[in-house]
Design a protein around this ligand. Structure first.
Ligand code: IMP
Ligand code: MG
Length: 262
């Protein structure tokens, strides 16, 4: 069993059972991540990162190894394969974040504030956002999750909140991935104020106004989206797809596969 990032994308292969050294003649620019498994191999030889210029320059045993790999190469399934279409590209996200980072910077100009990232969904967004805000800020985390496995947010469980000393008397900016029905942010805002926050504002990457069930608007938002379940850039379905660098719509087959797996 092996994996390699050769030209054309990531691949995996079976029956690669030779020791593969990491020294020359593995030289050059293309990069191959080669994981070799087998009980007969020394532990250190089981996982290697190799740089390979071309297969022709390899010596005999290595050529054997990579040639047998070549014959059974097949693409690895990636999270990108499950995306029906990209709704907001990486470039668009960058531009959107730049825009609200400016708004936030002028709103908190010369005022201390704490960005409270709502985990897990906002982790990617919040970490990109704070690096575009050049004024002093503090960072805190809060974890909230909805019960249930579907594509609609249900009852909310608050798993942890920042220390009271991080809340009391502070100006807080709650940062979440998406404003859907609005129940999460209404509840979290109330919780922070009850714990003594001086002021609580909210910021979201995405806003689905058509789904709102309570009267609530975010103070800062990057993008409005239709009533459609989206994944990527921190947003998940069944715990997956947070690592996509863009926001996209899932293929029906992926929904069905993951729902069936649970
Ligand atoms: P709300 O309480 O209905 O506003 O729900 C907000 C939470 O529901 C978000 O923080 C997400 O975790 C989740 N959510 C809502 N819509 C989506 C979506 O389209 N994709 C992924 N998660 C979503
Ligand atoms: Mg969330």
């Amino acid at each position: 069993m092996g994996r390699a990032n050769l030209a054309g994308g990531p691949f995996q292969w079976k029956s690669c059972d030779r020791h593969v050294p990491s020294r020359p003649p593995f030289q050059g620019k293309s990069r191959a991540f080669c994981r070799v498994r087998g009980p007969e191999l020394r532990p250190k030889a089981r996982s290697r990162t190799l740089r390979v210029s071309n297969l022709g320059s390899l010596t005999a045993p290595h050529r054997f190894c990579l040639k047998s790999a070549e014959t059974t190469l097949r693409p690895v399934h990636t999270v990108h394969d499950d995306i029906e279409r990209i709704l907001i590209s990486e470039q668009e996200i960058r531009a959107g974040i730049d825009r609200i980072a400016l708004e936030i910077t002028s709103a908190y100009h010369e005022r201390d504030f704490t960005v409270v990232a709502v985990l897990k969904g906002s982790c990617v967004f919040a970490s990109d956002l704070i690096r575009r805000i050049p004024v002093p800020l503090e960072l805190a985390f809060l974890a909230a999750s909805s019960y249930g496995k579907g594509t609609t947010s249900q009852d909310l469980r608050i798993n942890f909140v920042p220390l009271d000393s991080e809340i009391a008397g502070r100006n807080l900016l709650l940062v979440d991935d998406i404003l859907d029905t609005g129940r999460t942010l209404v509840r979290l805002k109330r919780e922070m104020l009850d714990r003594g926050a001086k002021e609580v504002r909210t910021c979201v990457l995405l806003d689905k106004p058509s789904r709102r069930s309570v009267d609530f608007e975010a103070d800062f938002r990057c993008f409005e989206v239709q009533d459609l379940f989206v994944v990527g850039y921190g947003l998940d379905f069944a715990g997956r797809y947070r690592n996509l660098p863009y926001v996209g719509a899932l293929k029906t087959a992926a929904f069905e596969r993951l729902q069936g797996a649970r």
